[in-house]
Design a protein around this ligand. Sequence first.
Ligand SMILES: [Zn+2]
Ligand SMILES: [Zn+2]
Length: 450
Amino acid sequence: MSSKVSRRSLLKKGAAAAMGGGAAALIAGDTLAAQQGGAPAILTNAQGGRKAKAVLKYRNELPTVEEITLRAIGGRDVVIRVEACQACYSQVTQALVTGNQTGLGLGRETPLTRATILGHGLVGVVEAIGPQVQKVQVGDRVITCQHAQCGVCYACLRMRGDRCMNNSVPSFASFDGKEVTGALGGGGFTEVTVVPEEYAVPVFTDIPPAQLSNISCVGSCGFGAATTMAPVEMATDVVVLGAGIVGMHAIQGARIRGASQIIAVEPIRYRRELALKLGATAVVDPNVEGDNLVKKLQEMCTSRVAKTDRRFAGGGYVGPDYVIEAVGGDRMKPKTEVGPDPTGVLPLQQGWDLCSAIGTYVTTSIGQPWDANVKFPAANWSDGAKHHIPGSQGGFGSRKEIPRLVRLIETGQFNMKALAPKTFPLSQTKQAFQEAADRTVMVTAVTPNS
Ligand SMILES: [Zn+2]
Ligand SMILES: [Zn+2]
């Protein structure tokens, strides 16, 4: 596309193609870049009528692999050929259970009223873009997170990209007369997906896509817990409750931030062993400690082991400086060691109890029963100095944080190779979820175009 073509003309053609559809309709995909003298304009098309295989969940049926038909894309849409998508534990009941989708420790789950592509957040290569897209180009490798980051809404302007208000994935395809949409962050169990550009973060790296797929949800959650809203200070004591894939990212985040002691609490033996390789300085089995767990962890972070209790010599407070909770409720019964409380409520309570009175408690997990409660002493909660930072992916603004984590992986400071998912083709998505539910492997991913 020549840069001599007027901007008005380009926009007009682009809008017409995007609105009208037709795979043959060529439009200028990067008009603003061309006008600004930046990257060359890209020819692309509206993709309407394109077919792709996708794992669809509709109402309470088990998901099946179906052929979807793309609609013509809108002006800010990005078409992505999916390379990998992690099979998140949060979706195992959607993938493996019919009926009302209740599971162990599971609370309310929103019924899926539209046909939804499972998998949330993905890694892929941009194949086409709408005429107004500025943030990515055709050929870019991108990661999409559960949370978009538009950069201009109320939340984004206040450094809370994780609470971006332009955070919705409209339907972009059809199947058997039904509208098809992607799960939040972009449905990843499909050969091709479409997201608004605020979701797509370009990454310039050769890290294998399956490894990168961890970042979309679980990685951003765990790494963010240790590095964003409550960044771990160097030479501090950190307890990480749960050494699943979220906890493993928190452990490495704490190590990179320079924590002096990182204690991982995890019932599954192979996970404790891996935690020690990734930065935990000690591991504790909650099933062994039982009711003594809180006391044991506090002792490991105080006088006799790590600090002094002499108040005129820098000592005094009991417990870790940071507790990062990454346990959650069991949605299905695992085939590995089971923790002390399948609802995940007990570790939530223990995390609060064991944290130092001037420490920081970060909670990330999901899946507890909706009617369950944890208790805080009223006076301590209202007038104490213990910080609580709730919410998975708190503070993880994808556009800033993803490139940062990618650089840490590339330079060997963050070991993502040790967390590489076991991969499955699209046809074996159910097995990918089954093994995630069983917890027999750390993490699984689907590679739809393999
Ligand atoms: Zn997830
Ligand atoms: Zn925003």
